[in-house]
Design a protein. Structure first.
Length: 244
């Protein structure tokens, strides 16, 4: 499948996820992955990665407590749109946000979305960003906690979306977590890409984990370090309270 066709198919799949509601984070990030403008990743073409803002973290709660702490050599990363770099929304608030974002749906699609949101039994969303001290990589981790069966179903769809949006390079595996799925995508004008990015999706218990890592292509994105973030996040979910 050529690159243009992948964009069309991915957009259609993303649209289905948006109607469903619960996959909106992963879908919106992946559907935007084909954009040629590197500024979608908060960095100008050929420029350095942004420095971290000193934003106050959200009050701790059960789900934000599951997020991987900022490791040595990294600092809080750039904001996730208007949500800051350390984000939490309760299940009720997240569901309302999904509904507000899709006001233009037909009555039948709105009912499908509301039914799927009800089946999802969304408990909450949380996200955090991390920036390497040397400016070579930014990592975003998002957690969606919901009904385990629904989380599994969204994971499978998200993995198919990764297959559609990724490029032809062999994506790295996540050590110890064979069910995790990743894809690689260089971003920018064809044959002049300025950024390299890695997307991953995995499930641990009732939590869907999505990761995006990106950095200047000329510096070489450390895929081992990026997948290490996901491994440590999954280990934290598997054994809460243990240092990773």
């Amino acid at each position: 499948m050529n690159r243009r066709k992948r964009v069309v198919v991915a957009a259609a799949v993303a649209g289905a996820l948006l109607v469903a509601g619960g996959g909106v984070w992963a879908a919106s990030a992946l559907a935007g992955a084909e954009r040629s403008a590197p500024t979608a990743y908060w960095v100008e073409a050929g420029g350095k990665l942004p420095s971290a803002e000193n934003a106050a973290p959200v009050p701790p709660n059960e789900l934000t407590g599951k997020l991987l702490p900022v490791p040595s050599g990294f600092e809080p990363g750039p904001d996730l749109g208007g949500d800051g770099n350390d984000y939490f929304a309760s299940g009720e608030k997240a569901a309302e946000t999904f509904k507000e974002a899709r006001k233009g749906l037909s009555n039948s699609d709105r009912k499908k979305r509301d039914d799927m949101l009800a089946d999802l039994k969304l408990k909450g969303l949380a996200a955090r960003t991390y920036a390497s001290g040397g400016g070579s990589m930014v990592v975003e981790i998002r957690l969606m906690q919901a009904d385990p069966k629904a989380v599994g179903a969204f994971s499978e769809v998200s993995k198919k979306l990764l297959d559609l949006t990724g490029d032809d390079r062999d994506a790295p595996k996540v050590d110890g977590y064979p069910d995790a799925k990743c894809s690689l995508l260089a971003v920018g004008e064809h044959n002049k890409e300025k950024l390299d990015s890695l997307y991953c999706v995995a499930v641990q218990g009732d939590v869907l984990v999505s990761l995006r890592a990106y950095g200047p292509k000329e510096q070489g994105l450390s895929k081992l370090e990026a997948t290490g973030f996901l491994k440590n996040q999954l280990s934290r979910l598997k054994s809460p309270g243990e240092s990773v």
